[in-house]
Design a binder for this molecule. Sequence first.
Ligand SMILES: [Zn+2]
Length: 419
Amino acid sequence: MVEVERTGGIEEILRRLLKYADRVYGLSEMIRQVGDTRKGEGEYQTPAVARGLLVMLLARVGSFNALEQHQWGGFAKRWVGGRLPKADQMGRITASVETKDLRVVSRKLIRKMKRNKAFRKAFEEGRGQVVVDGHEISASFLRCCPDCLERTIHMSEEDRVQYYHRCVTAMWVCGEWTILLDMEMQAGGEDEVACSVRCLERVIRDYGRSFDKVVADSLYARAPFFKMCLDYGKDAMAVLKDERREVLRDAEGLMDKMTPEQWEEDGKVYRCWDLEGFESWDAMDRPVRVVRTVETQTIRRQKDGRLEVKTAGWWWVMTLSKEKFPSRAAVKGGHRRWAVENEGFNELVNEWHADHVYKHDVNAMTVIWLLLFVAYNLFHAFIRLNVKAAMRIDKSIRYWVDRIKANFYAGSDIIPDTS
Ligand SMILES: [Zn+2]
């Protein structure tokens, strides 16, 4: 391993990543089409700003000021392909970058990944599913903008108005891959499900052939959402909780009398009740299916080494047919929703600083998130497809992103650029 590092492997990871992005996907060229809503040409070119932002996110530079103070040199400067403005103006341009152009970049990247057979193995398991979920990006009592959402927080002495921003994200989960497809910022007067419908309509238009079902948490067990999925030829599946009490009560009554199907997988014992034909959800004009599991796992406790039995229970409501998705496949799909938390948001927030507000402006936040999606998808494709398996063993995401950062700060002038 030392041998590999000394001969220019991991130490130059950012340079290799950017070269890979251009060689395999033509990313730099794709970004050339990114425009903005500023009047006139301006002193600074938008594609260079967009590339600069992408490098800033990949290297977790942290702020426009830190980016301004960095002595750009070598490969990173060449890749950006133009001068970058000072921090203030960087913020203003970010607030005017055309998000539709960034969505085109993101879409082209994902389509090329697909064409390059990046997901070949994943597709063997079926067409995959899209997971939608909401996420709060920022909240403050002091800072607000015209697009901030507002809520009243009851405090011991007074009620205070808190300002915040939320977005809905659509992720494509296929096999072990999690690909960030698209997002929408929640607008004032709109709830999360309505926002997700806006997001999903575009996702279905842009990526519709890559998935056949949409999976979400219990908030999405609503008729307009389920119907919209069906209208576009997609199945819907959501966690079933009290929001759909009528269905839950019906299902409980019938399932209590049934003998569950049982199977074991990865050290877990599943007991599963699975019934179709529930018509008690009035707002849905077709029957739905309910799947319930009780999952038992014996684990060894870390603190004293004793064995402990853990049990968890799940309920889902769905339009998926039993014939197309038997119990085990449906349960597996339901659990892959957690990818949105474990692989998606957690990684975005903890490793890529997605909740950092670089510029408090709704367009700037969208631009940063869409570029984060490009960074995330590119990074995972690079690590999975371009780094030898032996080098990936036991390496966390943090390990790689730390090295990208180190390469950005130390590498640009010190390591001779031989590309
Ligand atoms: Zn705001």
